[in-house]
Design a binder for this molecule. Structure first.
Ligand code: ZN
Length: 256
């Protein structure tokens, strides 16, 4: 049993291809996408079309909702706003309609997670919860950045594992039976009596100081964050050709 979880592609097709190529080597049972397929990057239509083929679950993030006309773009910083405006201008209508149709959360029950198996190999206690920003208020686009944010959010879902994206900072947070929260950088064993919030990081615009594309793997009893190199210069050239802000182009090299 293995699931691949990806988030925050942000129209970076080179990074998306690199991550999917790596994921395929693991032969996962499914790929789950946590939102923000568009915004910032130069190839929104291509990324939507690839994800439609490769991901079994696709959620909406705040950038997707903004491009679909469902979130006020005044809420975004000037760089994000200008990339959203570029995306609205340059994206096919049919793909914008697709973005509009996407849900913001998904609960997966055991039977959704193990469709072909009679008995789950691991008890997920009511399955897995997927959301772009936070379980507390999925459409208020809060970030989960520290132990306290994680602790609060553990009270807003009942599943064993919750996957989030949005901050572009990957982590694994564990809530123990003693009500303590521990953070792991890139690997955790799933322990009896513990629950987890996992940030899968960002495929297309990492911000944790590591420019490599990120994704997460959920195994039978482990959670892992993996990193993949991709052709950053190729993406930056396409962004330059598209006239996207240089701040957004430069940050890809630094992963910040
Ligand atoms: Zn994002």
């Amino acid at each position: 049993m293995l699931f691949a979880i990806i988030s925050d592609v942000h129209a970076n097709l080179d990074a998306l291809h690199a991550v999917l190529d790596e994921i395929k080597k693991h032969k996962p049972d499914a790929v789950w996408f946590l939102g923000d397929v568009v915004g910032y990057g130069p190839e929104p239509d291509e990324c939507v079309e690839v994800l439609k083929k490769e991901a079994q679950i696709i959620l909406a993030g705040n950038h997707d909702r903004a491009v679909a006309g469902l979130t006020d773009i005044e809420y975004f910083n000037p760089y994000a706003k200008s990339a959203i405006e570029w995306t609205i201008e340059n994206m096919k209508d049919e793909n914008k309609v697709f973005l509009k149709s996407l849900p913001v959360i998904r609960y997966l029950k055991d039977e959704d997670i193990y469709p072909v198996r009679k008995k789950p190999p691991l008890d997920f206690s009511n399955g897995v919860y997927l959301v772009h920003s936070s379980p507390k208020e999925p459409e208020q686009w809060h970030y989960i950045l520290n132990t306290w944010d994680a602790y609060i959010n553990f009270h807003f879902f009942s599943e064993r594992v919750c996957f989030v994206g949005h901050s572009h900072h990957p982590f694994i947070a564990e809530l123990t039976a003693e009500d303590k929260v521990f953070f792991y950088k890139d690997y955790a064993e799933i322990k009896e009596g513990c629950r987890y919030i996992v940030n899968a990081g960002s495929v297309g615009q990492p911000r944790d100081g590591n420019p490599l594309a990120a994704y997460a793997l959920l195994g039978r009893n482990s959670i892992e964050i993996k990193r993949v190199s991709y052709d950053i210069v190729s993406t930056q050239n396409k962004m330059r050709d598209a006239g996207l802000p240089s701040y957004l182009i430069n940050r890809l090299s630094r992963g910040l």
